[in-house]
Design a binder for this molecule. Structure first.
Ligand code: SAM
Length: 237
């Protein structure tokens, strides 16, 4: 059943006029009056809806069922991802949704470029759209929480997770396998972290975690780390 995000309150038996972007999408998919669709707004439910008004530019639906979606990982996982080349970062955002990351914090490390204020708001909007379409595709009914970029120093200082890891190819360290309910995972930019940044993270309680002896691209490291964390403490087991 086609599934669409709407930023609207949804409840059983209510009638909703669909926003323009969803109307356009429905027309691209060539859906018909007799089809049913699924809507979600991030509250954890999927709402089955049937069309009650179906015109070219105006479509309304009636919600006929509300189904609780239980596909969130039990692991509260925050990915602190250094900002990397935009196509690569987009890819990480999309995969983070699929892999069940709870929260994503873009990080300004010394080796990353800062966004100017006007550029930042359009980037945030762009990333939010990726989160919505990846949620539609992956069946998540809770949205990954996206924070505005933080400087590495304030991000590590404000981390409150039970376990914290910094991915580093140059610092020996393994994943500790005690059960963890919440984990923060810090990943470096293309040029890596400098020694002062690694020390700052260590002082804030982050443990080094080395993924083998090869240098991975930042996006590969992020996805490998997230997958391993879901396998040990989340819902990949
Ligand atoms: N020249 C950089 C360096 O030597 O640090 C390479 C950085 S790497 C392309 C980007 C990021 O991916 C690193 O900062 C680290 O967070 C992560 N990473 C890459 N390979 C890794 C590995 N083998 N183990 C742990 N983390 C790794």
């Amino acid at each position: 059943m086609p599934r669409f995000y709407v930023n609207l309150p949804l409840e059983q038996a209510s009638k909703i006029s669909l926003p323009e972007d969803v109307v356009r999408h429905i027309s691209v998919l060539r859906l018909r009056l007799t089809d049913t669709i699924s809507l979600f707004n991030g509250d954890g439910y999927d709402y089955v809806a049937e069309f009650s008004e179906f015109e070219r530019r105006k479509i309304s639906v009636k919600i006929i069922a509300a189904n609780l979606v239980q596909n969130e990982s039990k692991l509260n996982l925050t990915l602190l991802m250094s900002i990397i080349a935009s196509d690569k970062f987009d890819w990480v955002v999309q995969k983070a949704v699929e892999l069940g990351v709870t929260r994503l914090i873009p990080i300004y490390a010394q080796n990353t470029q800062r966004f100017k204020a006007d550029k930042l708001s359009s980037r945030m909007e762009h990333w939010r759209k990726i989160i919505l379409s990846s949620s539609e595709q992956s069946g998540r009914a809770r949205l990954l929480e996206l924070l505005e970029p933080l400087e590495l120093a304030s991000a590590v200082a404000s981390s409150t997770a039970a376990a914290k890891f910094i991915l580093s190819p140059h610092h020996a360290g393994k994943l500790s396998l005690h059960a963890h309910e919440s984990v923060d995972l810090l990943v470096g930019p293309e040029g890596g972290f400098n020694q002062a940044e690694v020390e700052l993270a260590h002082q804030a309680g982050f443990n080094s975690w080395q993924l083998g002896g090869r240098i991975l691209r930042a996006e590969t490291a992020a996805l490998s780390g997230v997958s391993l964390l879901q396998a040990h403490f989340g819902d990949f087991a």
